[in-house]
Design a protein around this ligand. Structure first.
Ligand SMILES: Cc1cc2nc3c(=O)[nH]c(=O)nc-3n(C[C@H](O)[C@H](O)[C@H](O)COP(=O)(O)OP(=O)(O)OC[C@H]3O[C@@H](n4cnc5c(N)ncnc54)[C@H](O)[C@@H]3O)c2cc1C
Length: 435
């Protein structure tokens, strides 16, 4: 007697067969097929880019970061249009139809985040951090600045002159404090702007800035001299500015292909035209940036989780124990099923949050927490299943675990993101909205 699922489906009448899916394709293909045509094309494009440019060098770069030159990767990403999607064609490479049919700007970023990070956490961050860097310019909503700066940046990236933008809020004594409402009131800031003729003079330090060393521009937040975070203002700084230098680079546990660096400001003159958004409007702008960008981090975490899952399945198919392939053991199958369920659940949350035309705080912060915890749990399980081999660099799952750990920290630790979920809920209760 035939017992398999596909045979069972084939016995149905054609009308019944319309109601069940018999396609013998991967989960990735299934999920891709649910997308509007323009988004399917984007998802395939990102996957192909990741397979061609990132996957082949991922382990080597992670193992020998001292000799890694990020420029060729950034140049390739720029030429393929991955660093200029904020501007639609013909100025940039953004797909208007993908944005319109998926519901919002963040969905293409989520697709890109998953695909690039599934090839390499560090190289993925090297490319994706740019989305965070330009987010203040996008959200400030000033059309003049939008075209002036993003037009120039998109053009340079498309024409082989990598022009990534970093994002700098963190200071030596202010990490969570600049990401969460209550902490902000007590934040001890040390980066200040002083009004001078024609602009501002900036002094201070930022730390742990992703791509701090490789970026051409930085959107950097500073308080007015003698005032607190209520005076925070966003400035667009050029690395070439006099008095602006890069200090210490952190020795990172994971996502190593992207540097985390200290930025030092010593009497840096910034023209008034480089104030992004409103003067003293930086705190509000930063809050909006985090709401918008956390869904990107959620998608990046999802990519790491998926890579750990894929590597585990490959391993279990090819490695045997006691004369039987690992994949044939039922307890291994149960663990892999758990990993698949976790990854699918994370994708559901990420896509749901990213598809919203206007992403909202509880959805993006919640997706960030769930997906990054999933990435950590799944890569840990991958190491457990693979035993000794999981601990070895060349199999890639110990790297996934190291890469995953950072997603629980940046863009606000998961504790701070949980507070963001609650904050939204309290506000909703005030508005008498049910969830
Ligand atoms: C590799 C790396 C890259 C980064 N990239 C960037 C970047 O590009 N740009 C940038 O600006 N920043 C960046 N950061 C900074 C990052 O966002 C901060 O490190 C992060 O927000 C945590 O801040 P902190 O390290 O000061 O921790 P702290 O704020 O000192 O937190 C310490 C602990 O206290 C907990 N905690 C804090 N407040 C609360 C609270 N109210 N309730 C409960 N628990 C709380 C935290 O969850 C954490 O466990 C990066 C950090 C790293 C490690």
């Amino acid at each position: 007697m035939k017992t398999d699922l596909r045979y069972a489906v084939s016995t149905l009448k054609p009308l019944g067969r319309l109601l069940v899916n018999t396609d013998n394709i991967s989960t990735w293909e299934h999920d891709t097929k649910t997308l509007p045509f323009s988004c399917r094309r984007l998802r395939r494009k990102y996957r192909m880019f990741a397979k061609k440019y990132l996957e082949p060098i991922a382990l080597e770069v992670d193992g020998d970061i001292e000799h890694f030159d990020p420029l060729p990767v950034l140049r390739a990403a720029g030429r393929e249009g991955l660093l200029s999607e904020a501007m639609f064609r013909p100025v940039g490479s953004g797909s208007l139809s993908a944005m319109l049919f998926s519901g919002g700007l963040t969905f293409p970023i989520a697709l890109k985040g998953e695909e690039l990070m599934s090839a390499c956490g560090g190289l993925g961050l090297l490319i994706l951090d740019h989305e965070l860097g330009i987010a203040p310019i996008m959200l400030a909503g000033d059309l003049f600045q939008f075209f002036k700066w993003l037009g120039k940046i998109a053009y340079a990236n498309l024409h082989g002159e990598p022009c990534p933008v970093a994002f700098a809020i963190t200071e030596p004594s202010a990490g969570s404090d600049v990401e969460e409402t209550e902490g902000a009131l007590k934040a001890r800031l040390m980066t200040y702007a002083e009004p001078v003729e024609g602009g501002y003079r900036l002094n201070g330090r930022k730390v742990f800035i992703s791509n701090g060393a490789v970026s051409k521009y930085v959107t950097l937040f500073a308080a007015m001299k003698g005032e607190g975070i209520e005076s925070w203002t966003c400035f667009l700084l050029d690395k070439e500015m006099k008095g602006f230098s890069v200090g210490r680079h952190e020795r990172k546990m994971g996502q190593r292909a992207s540097d985390a660096s200290e930025l030092i400001l010593e009497d840096v003159f910034v023209p008034g035209s480089r104030v992004i958004g409103k003067l003293r409007g930086g705190w509000a702008l930063n809050r909006n940036v985090l709401v918008y960008s956390r869904v990107g981090v959620a998608a990046m975490s999802l990519g790491i989780a998926r890579s750990a899952l894929e590597k585990t399945v490959d391993f279990c198919r090819t490695h045997s124990l006691g004369g039987k392939r690992l994949i044939e053991y039922q307890d291994v199958q149960l663990s892999i099923a758990d990993m698949m369920i976790d990854v699918s659940a994370a994708r559901g949350m990420v896509w749901q949050a990213a598809r919203s035309t206007k992403p909202y705080q509880a959805a993006t912060a919640g997706a960030k927490v769930f997906a990054s915890d999933t990435a950590y749990r799944v890569s840990n399980l991958a190491m457990e299943i693979m035993g000794d081999y999981g601990y070895v660099h060349e199999y890639g799952v110990e790297k996934a675990l190291r890469d995953a750990r950072l997603t629980q920290i940046y863009e606000g630790t998961n504790q701070v993101n949980r507070l963001a979920v609650i904050e939204w809920q309290f506000d909703s209760e005030l508005a008498q909205t049910v969830y």
